[in-house]
Design a protein around this ligand. Structure first.
Ligand SMILES: Nc1c(N[C@@H]2O[C@H](COP(=O)(O)O)[C@@H](O)[C@H]2O)[nH]c(=O)[nH]c1=O
Length: 158
């Protein structure tokens, strides 16, 4: 059965980018995947100072609000790079936190869908017709983790 997730307190909330799982990436610690993703909108722009500001806010909601504030300049290549940036951050999250890695692996081959009522790129949107890129990334990360587990067991010996 398809697994739907969205809000952190709901079932499979650990799949949300807003879940309180920190990552270490590009030489820095980030409180959540959302902090990392939103901050990377400003790499190489005149608003680059925002990167540290976003990294320093307490909640992913604050990080998202800053990242979505169109008073700031978003990097011109953002649409072309945002999926790869999200993939790296989500992979790092599930490599770092073994408890949620287990939750993801235990979903087997079920489809995973970000049940956002408004987002038709990362989620499925209100009519469930969206591209669901975050769900797809989670499924890609799941197979990566599975491949790594097989490698560890067969090549390295557990
Ligand atoms: N989970 C979740 C959201 N969804 C997240 O928003 C991000 C997309 O941001 P943007 O590219 O700026 O539109 C991405 O991480 C997506 O998963 N949005 C929310 O307002 N609340 C939430 O609880």
């Amino acid at each position: 059965m398809t697994i739907y997730f969205y809000k952190v307190p709901d079932p499979y909330g650990c799949f949300s980018n807003f879940s309180p799982h920190s990552i270490h990436l590009n030489g820095r610690d980030w409180p959540t995947v959302e902090h990392y993703y939103q901050a990377h909108k400003f790499v190489g722009t005149r608003d680059e100072g925002l990167i540290e500001k976003i990294r320093g806010v307490k909640t992913p909601e604050e990080a998202a609000a800053l990242g979505r504030d169109r008073g700031y300049e978003v990097r011109s290549d953002w649409e072309g790079v945002k999926r790869e940036i999200m993939y790296e951050a989500v992979l790092t999250k599930f490599l770092t936190h073994r408890d949620i890695q287990k939750v993801l692996l235990e979903t087997g081959d079920e489809a995973i869908v970000e049940d956002s009522p408004t987002d038709y790129y990362w989620g499925c949107g209100a009519e469930k017709t969206g591209a669901n890129h975050l769900g797809k990334i989670l499924m890609e990360v799941r197979s990566q983790l599975r491949d790594r587990a097989v490698f560890t067991e067969t090549i390295v010996g557990g």
